[in-house]
Design a protein around this ligand. Structure first.
Ligand code: HAM
Length: 414
């Protein structure tokens, strides 16, 4: 019986993996330049962590989370995002005593969404979280880091920036928004109607055409920010200007997670179609406290690796796969034994080489050498073993030159 993979969960095959390695390698390099250190947390957490951290009323927790009972003992969940688990680890290990911390992570996340291009049920995020700094300088630095990272990969994405307010200004705004939306219920889609009570901010995010006139006329939080939030936003903008990072203020940008205050942002790309956000993040000053830690400001983002891979693919950017330098072809049993020994020797010297362990005809072995993309081939048989001399074939020019087996490593290196 053939068993297929789970819907919305993808394989990354060897031919595509070089691109993934590049995305991750560049992330590690850039993040290190900004002082972020890697943290690894489990893919499974207590479901409660996300209910409290991400928010009971969010689609992510409410509709999309994979939750299971662990042998009737406790309710666990596959992590739908990385921030809650990172904050849990930050608190659990008392990392806050050491002052401000900058951490990053990468790995799989799980959301039971309706799969489509750029939206999957298992996807991978690369994320950064900075703890302990309330000042807007860190917001700007982190956004610049993300812009720097995307730039190094040759990706142009648009930065959309907003403030989602805080406890001082948001409650009054939400009441005003709710009243506005309730009065126009009939003009809004069923999803919006659903959200008016549960999560009114998210209504602003609706993409349904017929809802747009109502949403365009909705009161804007941006015009009702308290002094603290207004100054914070102005300072973030000023720092981004100073750093030369272009942005667009998007008053209707709201994020799908409840923990955000003040700064919220997304990087979007036209190359992605409907699921246009390649990365998103913002400030979450109350989250550490909500999850049982001391009051600690925080800000972070996560980038979707599948979406970034789609953009890179569209740009036609494919990092080269590593090919073997040399392919050892065996002409007979003595040659096959020698090939095994020489291969071990070359690999010890750090030279990638292959041989066809099936043996077989010379022609078939040469074909295999071409298929794996080897640069050189050497035929080994009884005569070569005896004389210690063989022919080195350049598989590009087809030229053959004599080589002493003892010099093989030197000749094929590089
Ligand atoms: P998020 O906006 O839910 O934020 O996800 C961040 C990124 O993950 C998205 O911009 C997108 O590229 C990718 N992504 C999300 N869902 C999917 C999916 N179903 N399939 C493919 N890619 C997806 C967060 O998760 C926050 N934890 C970010 C953050 C960190 N905020 C503060 N710190």
């Amino acid at each position: 019986m053939k068993i297929a993979g789970v819907k919305g969960m993808n394989d990354v095959l060897p031919g595509e993996v070089a691109r993934w390695q590049e995305m991750e390698q560049v992330a590690r390099e850039v993040f290190a330049l900004y002082g972020y250190r890697e943290v690894r947390t489990p893919a499974v957490e207590h479901a409660q962590l996300f209910a409290r951290g991400v928010g009971e009323a969010t689609d992510i927790v409410n509709k999309e989370m994979y939750v299971f009972e662990d042998k009737g003992e406790e309710l666990l969940a596959l992590r739908p995002e990385g921030t809650a688990g990172t904050v849990r680890a930050f608190i659990e290990h008392g990392a806050f005593v050491e002052g401000p911390q900058k951490w990053f992570y990468l790995g799989p996340m799980f959301r039971r969404e309706r799969p489509q291009k750029g939206r999957y049920r298992q996807f991978h995020q690369i994320g950064c979280e900075a703890f302990g700094i309330a000042e807007p300088g860190i917001d700007a630095e982190q956004i610049a880091l993300l812009a720097d990272y995307l730039g190094r990969l040759g990706v142009t994405a648009e930065l959309k920036l907003n403030s989602v307010g805080d406890q001082a200004c948001r409650p009054a705004y939400l009441a005003e928004l709710k009243a506005y939306l309730t009065a126009r219920k009939a003009q809004l889609c069923p999803d919006c109607n659903d959200r008016i009570e549960r999560n009114p901010l998210r209504v602003l995010d609706c993409k349904v055409e017929s809802c747009q006139p109502v949403l365009d006329g909705a009161p804007r939080l941006l015009d009702r920010l308290c002094d603290g939030c207004r100054t914070h936003l102005d300072q973030v903008k000023g720092a981004l200007d100073a750093l030369g990072v272009a942005y667009r203020i998007e008053p209707r940008l709201v994020r799908g997670l409840d923990y955000y205050v003040r700064t919220a942002y997304e990087f979007t790309s036209d190359a992605l179609g409907a699921q246009s956000a390649v990365a998103g993040g913002g400030r979450y000053d109350g989250l550490v406290e909500t999850l049982g830690g001391p009051p600690t400001p925080g800000i972070g983002f996560a980038l979707g690796e599948e979406r970034l891979a789609l953009i890179l693919e569209k740009l036609g950017r494919a990092p080269p796969e590593r090919r073997p330098a040399v392919f050892l072809v065996s002409a007979d049993a003595a040659g096959a034994a020698e090939a095994l020994r020489r291969a071990a020797e070359l690999r010890r010297a750090g030279i990638a080489c292959e041989l066809d362990a099936r043996g077989g005809k010379l022609k078939a072995q040469f074909k295999q050498a071409e298929r794996v993309g080897a640069r050189w081939a050497v035929v080994l048989g009884g005569a070569e073993v005896e004389s210690g001399q063989a022919k080195l074939k350049d598989l590009r020019s087809r030229e053959e030159t004599p080589v002493a087996l003892a010099d093989l490593a030197t000749r094929v290196r590089g």
